[in-house]
Design a binder for this molecule. Structure first.
Ligand SMILES: *Cc1c(COP(=O)(O)O)cnc(C)c1O
Ligand SMILES: [Zn+2]
Length: 361
């Protein structure tokens, strides 16, 4: 497969053999891959069954912790039938394992021995776990307020934890400095992370009998799941496997609405604390790309209150499904979307459940 890294701002191009996570002009990079015929490796019960579409030169640096192929359950929320994509049943407890698995395999392939990453928790845990599996040294920068359960998990994998006082954006500034000298295994900047999150789209397509759903409701902070879903379904469209893109309804916390505000041409409001800590991102680097992706599917973005989010979590718990508060946003958004007529009764709607409730510690 011939891949190249392409600058999002000016179209500068680089070989995928270069150790780059950012364009030389400072802009974001995306990965451009040649899509070929895909043959699903049906005997592989992980996301590596889509190996033909994954941007690695050889199989030798691949390592798996059993990520991907999360179950797809049919349930009712209220009276409405939905599909629950059980992403929290991933090796480290969140869908971030998809991105981390591909990114760390690529890091090994590039011969890199040390990485840094910053994360409010789940992305840090995922990178730390795959770094451990790959024998790569890893430092994770975290906001001081990160829940103790998540920090414990990251430390257990052997990563060095660097706690930064202040909010999520203070951590972003601190990592920036570290990333000047060490390879940045960023779930936001590094294009290989998104090559991994695309696999959820491939799986949904396969699990629905080789068909696209009508609508996905996706929580969005930095957009790693949203953009992955968008680009993944775009791949399937390009390969002629589906006829139309599913619509993406994004959801943010009403306490932190940078993407919601820009989409709806509203003034930005300061970030306030929210129970949905996984999407508490004040300045998403890929904001413009996320908004373009939502528009590209004829989608929409909603904002939900903490109270509704917690009700969503409680409703899932009563069904035997224990997720972290951030994952409750999709239930709150489903109710809101039904109320305002955004979803029609016959639509096939996917609710990805992003993170496990077991990390609160
Ligand atoms: C990371 C994360 C999200 C949101 O993903 P983004 O890439 O920031 O949009 C949602 N839920 C959980 C549990 C997460 O860890
Ligand atoms: Zn550039």
């Amino acid at each position: 497969m011939t891949n190249k890294l392409v600058c999002c701002a000016h179209g500068h191009e680089f070989s995928a053999k270069e150790q780059l996570w950012q364009c030389s002009c400072g802009s974001l990079l995306n990965l451009q891959t040649d899509l070929k015929e895909m043959e699903i490796r049906e005997d592989d019960p992980t996301l590596w069954r889509y190996r033909d579409l994954l941007p690695l030169d050889s199989d030798e640096t691949i390592l798996t912790l059993g990520e991907g192929m999360t179950p797809l359950l049919q349930r009712k929320i209220g009276d409405y039938p939905v599909y629950l994509k059980m992403e929290f049943m991933s090796p480290t407890g969140s869908f971030k394992d998809r991105g981390a698995a591909i990114l760390m395999a690529k890091v090994r392939e590039l011969g890199i021995e040390r990485v840094v990453e910053d994360s409010s928790g789940n992305a840090g845990a995922a990178i730390a776990a795959y770094a451990a599996a790959a024998g790569i040294e890893c430092e994770i920068y975290l906001p001081e307020a990160t829940s103790e359960g998540k920090i414990k998990q990251i430390k257990a994998y052997g990563a060095k934890v660097v706690k930064i006082p202040g909010d999520r954006d203070a951590t972003s500034r601190a990592i920036w400095e570290a990333a000047q000298t060490t390879y940045y295994a960023s779930h936001v900047w590094n294009p290989y992370f998104f090559a991994g999150t695309k696999t959820m789209a491939y799986e949904l397509w396969e699990q629905l009998g080789f068909a696209a759903p009508d609508t996905l409701i996706i929580p969005v902070g930095n957009g790693t799941m949203l953009l992955g879903a968008y680009y993944g379904f775009l791949d399937l469209l390009e390969m002629g496997q589906i006829d139309t893109l599913p619509r993406i309804i994004a959801v943010q916390s009403a306490q932190c609405t940078p993407i919601y505000a820009e989409f709806h041409n509203l003034a930005t409001t300061p970030v306030r604390p929210t129970v949905a800590e996984g999407i508490s991102v004040g300045q998403p680097a890929r904001k413009a790309e996320i908004i373009a992706a939502i528009h590209g599917t004829g989608g929409q973005i909603l904002a939900v209150e903490d109270e509704q989010v917690l009700q969503g979590v409680a409703e899932l718990s009563k069904m035997g499904i224990y997720v972290e508060p951030t994952s409750g946003t999709v239930v709150a958004a489903l109710y809101q979307a039904l109320e305002c007529g955004l979803i029609h009764p016959t639509e096939k709607v996917i609710l990805p459940l992003t993170g496990s409730g077991l990390k609160k510690g």
